[in-house]
Design a protein. Structure first.
Length: 280
């Protein structure tokens, strides 16, 4: 018996632990399932939906003006907002800025975000029905045949590729560091997916496949460990499509999640990983 490969039941158990951790993370307080709005700030003080106060930006800084009676408090310090407070972010940064509402004044958190070099706010409500009704993301059954070895072919230098996002008003950039090259069961050609580098050299690929719009959301992503060098000098990873997950935009219309680069489309039905979550 080859003891260098996990037994199928061990693989299944590891996947089940991954699924439990994933569902727990999604159900976290003020996480993606609690989003209830996304609103751009104007250049003059103005009300926004679902939050008290007057909000504005001068392009570099965001401002909030409120009376103490409106019940807004700063997330970091718990201090009440009375008068005008300000915050400044870089592009793609976010700040859990203020909270209000409910019996304890903590029901809603207002996130300040800078996207496409413009300020916006997102409300995160712990009473959101998407959050309170969540009992896990539906998935396909575990497919050991969709755990494949891939060869990582790095580019000489990272390449920034313009992409769209889940918000048509927000453009994105995919920093491609190389390609994952692999085969899938029943196909006689190699697939190539452009990858981004994450912490500690791990890789992530965002991809389309032929299940999108039917059983899965419009795109998904899957991550790998850091590539290892094999006996032939190739850099390899294990690409486990059972760990393909949805972006937050699958659960909420208020995400600004990155789309795949143009060539990251598989002519294959990846019937593994997370399905479209549907309505909660």
């Amino acid at each position: 018996m080859n003891t260098t490969q996990p037994a199928p039941d061990a693989q299944l158990a590891r996947w089940q632990r991954f699924r439990n951790s994933r569902n727990t993370a999604l159900a976290s307080e003020y996480g993606w399932l609690t989003l209830t709005s996304f609103q751009w700030l104007e250049d003059r003080p103005a009300a926004v939906d679902l939050a008290p106060g007057l909000w504005s930006t001068d392009g570099t800084t965001a401002f909030l003006t409120a009376a103490a009676a409106e019940g807004l408090t700063l997330v970091d310090t718990g201090e009440p907002v009375e008068g005008t407070v300000s915050a400044a972010l870089s592009n793609e940064e976010s700040l859990m800025w203020v909270r209000y509402g409910g019996a304890d004044g903590r029901q809603v958190v207002v996130e300040l975000a800078m996207r496409a070099n413009k300020y916006a706010v997102r409300t995160r409500d712990s009473a959101s029905p998407v959050f309170t009704g969540f009992d896990g993301v539906p998935t396909f059954d575990y497919r050991p045949d969709l755990v494949v070895e891939a060869r990582f072919v790095p580019y000489p230098e990272p390449v920034d590729v313009p992409i769209g996002t889940a918000n048509p008003l927000v453009d994105g950039v995919h920093r491609s560091v190389g390609e994952l090259v692999f085969r899938l069961p029943g196909k006689d050609h190699e697939f190539h997916l452009q990858a981004e580098e994450e912490k500690l050299g791990a890789l992530t690929v965002t991809f389309h496949d032929e299940t999108n719009g039917e059983s899965t959301d419009e795109w998904r992503k899957v991550s790998t460990a850091r590539p290892r060098v094999d006996a032939l000098g190739n850099r390899t990873v294990i690409l486990d499509f059972n760990r393909a997950i949805n972006y937050p935009s699958a659960f909420t219309p208020y995400g600004t999640c990155p789309m795949p680069v143009r060539n990251n489309s598989l002519d294959y039905r990846i019937e593994a990983g997370e399905k479209e979550p549907g309505e909660f």
